[in-house]
Design a protein around this ligand. Structure first.
Ligand code: TXA
Ligand code: MG
Length: 326
């Protein structure tokens, strides 16, 4: 894809819907933004060092933050990382799914060392999105893919969000419509069979995982294990967020959830019926919208209603809390 430097990027310059165009670009060592069931990913051939280096450069991502390897099936997953009983149980119960395992790198793995960012473990998942799956099958190779946005900003759930994030530097983007879940995958460290540890809450909940494992899953706060990516600045929309608000001031945008009697000229409701799955799917889209609308209306802050800490609400609160810190 030739990037234009003189004029503003337009939709048609970068966005395609033909899977083969994306596959050919990946084969040539380009980075391509691909749809997944969680968020759009900035993908590169997992065995190509140069292509992976471009991901870090384009995203302006710290080099110590490792990437998720997206594999087409469980056979390739087992050639990439060393499976154990917990991994087999979870793969059988959930994959393909928004669930990522961190496991020791397989000695015969052909994945670039850059993907692990110096660690002796790798993160792997089989994505459920049909377009993404079709790319993996046609490419006949795994791809690494972090979220397709500039590091530190809100993740993209549409092709347009990817274009907005990268502007004139946007890569080729394969449009697969809006992402089903709208929140990044759950990440679980399974490298210690005695101590499965949740590194990032996501669409598959800790309760679902514990039930399948028949074992308590601890959170990264309870253990010394942490994920490099959880330390960095995240999900910023360039405005301060005020959480657990029930009303908003005149200079604030109001992000509502569920029923509310409060009305405000600048507001979005994540789910009027109070459905957490719907709220998760709408969250990043709402943050992108709020950013654009607040600039136009010269608003200074975002007031956000409380979201229940249950099921996928835990992942929504995780993202909001981290966005509020930036
Ligand atoms: O849903 C998703 O997971 C999306 C889509 C594109 O698949 N991808 C995504 O990637 O969210 P990214 O790079 O934004 O987040 C990956 C997270 C980071 O927090 C990273 O630190 C962590 O996974 N991670 C990756 N490899 C790891 C490893 N070996 N050990 C611990 N954490 C790891
Ligand atoms: Mg990300």
């Amino acid at each position: 894809m030739t990037s234009k430097t003189t004029s503003k990027s337009s939709y048609s310059d970068h966005i395609v819907s033909d899977v083969w165009i994306a596959v050919e670009a990946l084969r040539k060592g380009e980075c391509v933004a691909l749809p997944t069931e969680t968020v759009y990913g900035l993908a590169a051939d997992a065995t190509n060092d140069k292509a992976i280096a471009k991901i870090y450069e384009l995203k302006q991502r710290p080099q110590f933050n490792p990437l998720i390897v997206h594999v087409p099936d469980i056979i390739v997953a087992q050639q990439t990382v060393q499976f154990n009983d917990n991994a087999f149980k979870l793969a059988k119960a959930f994959w393909p799914a928004p669930l990522t395992f961190v496991l020791p790198i397989h000695p015969d793995s052909t994945v670039s060392k850059l993907a692990a960012a110096g660690l002796d473990t790798l993160a792997v998942r089989i994505p459920a999105d049909r377009t993404m799956h079709s790319v993996l099958k046609k490419l006949d190779q795994s791809v690494v893919a972090p979220s397709a946005n500039l590091s530190g900003t809100a993740s993209p759930t549409t092709a347009q969000h990817v274009l907005d994030s990268f502007g004139n530097n946007a890569p080729l983007i394969l449009d697969g419509g809006a992402c089903e879940h709208g929140l990044e995958s759950t990440v679980i460290d399974l490298s210690d069979p005695q101590k499965p540890t949740l590194l990032r809450p996501g669409p598959i909940t800790i309760e679902q995982i514990s039930k399948v494992l028949g074992q308590t899953v601890i959170t990264s706060q309870q253990s010394k294990i942490s994920s490099p990516g959880m330390l960095e600045k995240h999900y910023s929309i360039g405005l301060p967020l005020r959480l657990n608000a029930h009303t908003a001031e005149a200079d604030e945008f109001f992000l509502a959830f569920g029923k509310t009697s409060f009305s405000h000229p600048h507001s979005i409701n994540l789910s009027e019926s109070g459905n957490l799955t719907e709220a998760a799917a709408n969250l990043f889209s709402a943050l992108h919208d709020i950013k654009n609308k607040s600039i136009k209306a010269k608003l200074k802050k975002v007031a956000i209603m409380p979201i229940p800490m249950e099921g996928i609400g835990i992942a929504i609160n995780d993202r909001l809390n981290r966005a509020a810190k930036t």
